[in-house]
Ligand binder design. Sequence first.
Ligand SMILES: [Fe+2]
Ligand SMILES: [Fe+2]
Length: 292
Amino acid sequence: MKLSEYAKHLLLSSDLEDKLLPPPSVWQEETDVRPFRIEKPNRADNLKFSDVKTKIPRLEHLNQTTAKGLTLHHFANHELMAIELFAWAILAFPESPLRVKLGFIKTIQEEQTHLRLYLKRMNDFGISFGDIPLNYIFWKQVPKLGSVEEFTAVLSLSFEGANLDYSQIYAKAFAHFEDWETAEIMIRIFEDEVKHVKRGMRVFQNGKPSSMEDWDYYKTLIHFPFTPRRAKGYIFLPETRKLSGMSDEFIRLLEEYEDEYSGRVNLKTLERFQFGVDVWRKSDLPLPHQAE
Ligand SMILES: [Fe+2]
Ligand SMILES: [Fe+2]
């Protein structure tokens, strides 16, 4: 199979199981290197893009089974979009170096694992994928992504970057309610997402003119109304960005950045969780027998 054939398979098959097909380990050489930009993926009816707004349950409600399932449903949607969008990038930017495209394949494989983890766990909570409408927030950025560096700035440095904060926040929230199994899934995904942002940073650094600062280059790659705010969770954890290879200066400027939508989350309600800015790693979680 060629990279482009696999990418098309992920985007054009409407069946969810097809989108979860792991990549082969050996690839045939690519002969056609024309860019191919798919506007939107094929999906089964219950997983099609929807403009219906569904709110993610409040953190305080994560002691309730349905709220837990619906929360994971939101995250599963992000994983599905990530699988498709890395496939999209392989087709849209075929002139990218092979190592970059193989990096995207590795990311796809890990996103597939994440999606499976979420599907299984939400089923434990009585929720199936497609039970609530799926938004397409990541896909909305696609028309503006003109280069592999712009793709990376939005997908990896911003969305996956924000996910570093969110996976920590949710690991701690699930742990707060003593759901160690879900907390462990969040941390497992966190560890992979650090690698994804790192991969993105390599594409970013390769494309950056040597005379330019990281922050200035980042800002040339994202386009209003998309702002650096989208690269952060409602709690920012600088240490996670350090792990993924961002410079201290970049992290500082990202932390300071605000736009008109910043600060809209009522952090007061989060106080009971005592999140802090410490970063949980796999080894920080109690072993299953300790958690019982
Ligand atoms: Fe993921
Ligand atoms: Fe990712």
